[in-house]
Design a protein around this ligand. Structure first.
Ligand code: 6PG
Length: 489
């Protein structure tokens, strides 16, 4: 008789930990791996003494599962997911559920939901965040896909996930690839947070000449306030960590950032949606610039910047300003991330629960923070909030942060210390709160050289400048009166 509540394919570190986590929560898990010797090794070691069952073929895995069968794939995103789905399908029956828990690109999850639905099977693409530790003790889980699957997996998912403020860090995200979409944005925000923290470190080190240990103490203080978060906490630990010779290990790490692509996907999705997600974009480009190590070494010798000047102001005040700059920039990053999700939801016809998404990120995941509780409160107050900056709490917070934020960016520019994320956040903020932007001149230029047309500003209409019309002006008297076709971004 089938006794397995859920099957899991992929016994790498995330898979093993998630199995042990689900086992702890009282579920009977059946484990399978393509190289079956890993199943034996897992049962003899990590899973010894648990209720975990092994399977040595896909057929056996499916035969050991109660109906509707539920199988989680924790394998490398891409072709491996499709290959396992293909192997599972012949052993499944209508109503059975295949869950992809990898970092898959959301268009693949859109496609897989449709393909499996045509076969009577239910596909779920779930974001899983929190690394090894999260998988073992409670990750943030972001499932989306075929909604009929949710009632069958809800209990397992919500029990296995992290719990924050008495609530599971897991809820149904939306149809098709919505779960993987939200995980992708989570990762983009993760890139932004990490870049902001790194810029703060650089300013404290190169600007104020503080040591790693002194900077760690500052992060520890910040971690007791509005910036309280996993990433600030681990940053303090990293800065305190010394190599055998007593030197901070971080100073020995090659300053070239790697990336696996989820931040890049977020930036591409933002460009595709015409959504100004500038901070994540800058965070991705900052990693790309860091990768040009050899070229940077040559440039550092050939190109002069401002002469180094010791900071003459009030250090304590400046460190407080930096905390505010970090907070305000982070708020801009999340504002942009939620704007992107709203834009995509509109385009894809998805109904996303933004308060629920913020709640899912309050625990278990890499971007978990106290700040996310305030975001969920803002969306609970107004479900269709178009921007976090319109929420009273955040509106006040950014107003308070503004003077310090501006001082930090200005000082960094004078020092010649790069702050792509802090600066772009401030530029976005000033652009967003500007009733008039110089796009009028830009439109005139487009019309001047390419007859791309423009529209008249309300209140400035006349016989020539008709409201609601695409207008072309013969600016030089030489060109014709025929306009080119146009589109508004
Ligand atoms: C998580 C992380 C994880 C991601 C790593 C590495 O939520 O647990 O987002 O999914 O893969 O953070 O990402 P990069 O290699 O692109 O920095």
């Amino acid at each position: 008789m089938a006794t397995g509540d859920i099957g899991l394919i992929g016994l790498a570190v995330m898979g093993q930990n998630l199995i042990l986590n689900m086992n702890d929560k009282g579920f009977n898990v059946v484990a399978f791996n393509r190289t079956t010797s890993k199943v034996d090794a897992f049962l003899e070691n990590e899973a010894k003494g648990t209720n975990v069952q092994g399977a040595w073929s896909i057929e056996e895995l499916c035969s050991k599962l109660k109906r509707p069968r539920k199988v989680i794939l924790l394998v490398k995103a891409g072709d491996a997911v499709d290959a396992f789905i293909e192997q599972l399908v012949p052993h499944m029956e209508p109503g059975d559920i295949i869950i992809d828990g990898g970092n898959s690109h959301f268009p693949d999850s859109n496609r897989r939901t449709k393909e499996l639905s045509a076969k009577g099977l239910l596909f779920v693409g779930s974001g899983v965040s929190g690394g090894e530790e999260g998988a073992r003790h409670g990750p943030s889980l972001m499932p989306g896909g075929n909604p009929e699957a949710w009632p069958h997996i809800k209990e397992i998912f919500q029990k296995a996930s992290a719990q924050a403020y008495g609530e599971p860090c897991c809820d149904w995200v939306g149809p098709e690839g919505a779960g993987h979409y939200v995980k992708m944005v989570h990762n983009g925000i993760e890139y932004g947070d990490m870049q902001l923290i790194s810029e703060a470190y650089d300013i404290l080190k190169r600007g104020l000449d503080l040591s790693e240990s002194e900077i760690a103490d500052i992060f520890l203080t910040w971690n007791k306030g509005v910036l309280d978060s996993f990433l600030i906490d681990i940053t303090a630990n990293i800065l305190k960590f010394n190599d055998d010779d007593g030197q901070p290990l971080v100073t020995k790490i090659l300053d070239q950032a790697g990336q696996k692509g989820t931040g890049k996907w977020t930036a591409i999705a933002a460009l595709d949606a015409g959504s100004p997600v500038t901070l994540i974009g800058e965070a991705v480009f900052a990693r790309c610039l860091s990768a040009l190590k050899e070229e940077r070494i040559r440039a550092s010798k050939a190109i002069a910047g401002p002469a180094k000047e010791a900071f003459k102001g009030d250090k304590k005040q400046f460190i407080d300003d930096l905390e505010q700059a970090l907070y305000a920039s982070k708020l801009i990053s999340y504002t942009q991330g939620f704007m992107l999700m709203r834009e995509t939801a509109k385009e894809m016809n998805w109904e996303l629960n933004y308060a629920g998404i913020a709640k899912m990120w309050r625990g278990g995941c890499i971007i978990k923070s106290v700040f996310l509780s305030d975001i969920s409160k803002a969306f609970l107050k107004k479900l269709d909030l178009e921007s976090l900056l319109f929420d009273d709490f955040f509106n006040k917070a950014i107003e308070n942060a503004q003077p310090g934020w501006r001082r930090v960016v200005a000082q960094a520019v004078l020092w010649g210390i790069p702050t792509p994320a802090f600066s772009t956040a401030l530029a976005f903020f000033d652009g967003y709160r500007s009733e008039i932007l110089p796009a009028n001149l830009l439109q005139a230029q487009r019309d001047y050289f390419g007859a791309h047309t423009f529209r008249v500003l309300p209140g400035k209409e006349n016989d020539k400048l008709q409201p609601g019309k695409d207008i072309h002006i013969n600016w030089t008297g030489r060109g014709g009166n025929v306009s080119a076709s146009t589109y508004i971004a």
